[in-house]
Design a protein around this ligand. Structure first.
Ligand SMILES: [Zn+2]
Length: 275
């Protein structure tokens, strides 16, 4: 099954699972250095780290909104299943009204493209302002290894293929929709945005890639994966976000988390309880 739905305020919220991503466990990292990293590696079962790649569909008073767009066909047939999940719901690409992007990494944004064109013929694309600014900055591009330059191409593609229907957003209420707040979660990428639906303990925070490995990084928020552009900033963001989620009692999910849950305090750190 690649889609799971829940009612959320004025929205029907559906997780569209794009597939499962695998990477060697050597990508595990820790902000406290090599000895701490060795402990994380020793405790990790198996040779690979695997996690879900999700995007999300909101059906509500403002039409059809996607949060991120999956990989499309860019990362091969083991991913890209979000498109089929949409078709299974009877939703054609032309019916999507808007996409809220969390950030410009391939597993979130490459699904916006198809055969050198735009996959979504009608949708407005909302991209975090700081994210677009960073990934269109030639100096920033030159400072990164080639393996980390993919999002610059994605930004250029968006500006070209979605020209006239691309706009930037800052933190706070997202324009054009009901009851969605953009929440800056910098570090994984510098402009990464999470989105919060509703308010109070019934709110749902979608934290994008602020956290990849739900059990490891709630128990030890300084554990990481080598996918964060600024690992220390990502660590500070993760800790503050987990503290706030625990305090407010929000439901949470992420681009790489299976299901929804709540964050509680445990043993000086945190735990995730699925609901
Ligand atoms: Zn991701």
């Amino acid at each position: 099954m690649t889609a799971t739905s829940a009612r959320f305020g004025s929205y029907e919220f559906t997780v569209l699972r794009d597939g499962i991503f695998e990477t060697p466990k050597e990508m595990l990292a820790h902000l406290d250095g090599e000895a701490a990293r060795e402990r994380v590696l020793a405790a990790w079962p198996g040779e690979k780290v695997a996690f879900d790649v999700n995007c999300f569909l909101l059906r509500g008073p403002d039409g059809l909104t996607l949060i991120d767009a999956g990989t499309g066909t860019a990362w091969g047939p083991s991913l890209g299943k979000a498109r089929q999940a949409l078709r299974d719901l009877g939703i054609e690409p032309a019916a999507i009204d808007r996409v809220l992007l969390t950030h410009l990494h391939g597993d979130h944004a490459l699904g916006l493209f198809q055969d050198g064109g735009a996959w979504l013929p009608q949708a407005q694309i909302l991209v975090p302002e700081a994210e677009l600014a960073f990934f269109t900055d030639e100096t920033a591009k030159a400072s990164l290894p080639e393996s980390r330059q993919g999002a610059f191409k994605t930004a250029a593609g968006l500006l070209d293929l979605y020209r006239g229907r691309l706009s930037t957003i800052g933190s706070g209420p997202v324009p054009g929709v009901t009851d969605i707040e953009a929440v800056p979660l910098p570090g994984h990428t510098l402009g990464q945005m999470g989105y919060r639906l509703g308010s109070g303990p019934d709110a749902l925070l979608i934290w994008a890639d602020a956290l990849h490995l739900i059990d490891v990084q709630t128990a030890d928020p300084r554990a990481a994966l080598n996918f964060d552009l600024d690992a220390h900033m990502a660590g500070r963001t993760r800790l503050a976000m987990l503290e706030q989620a625990a305090m407010e009692g929000w439901l949470v999910t992420g681009s790489h988390v299976r299901g929804l849950g709540r964050i509680t305090r445990k043993d000086g750190a945190f735990a995730f309880t699925p609901v």
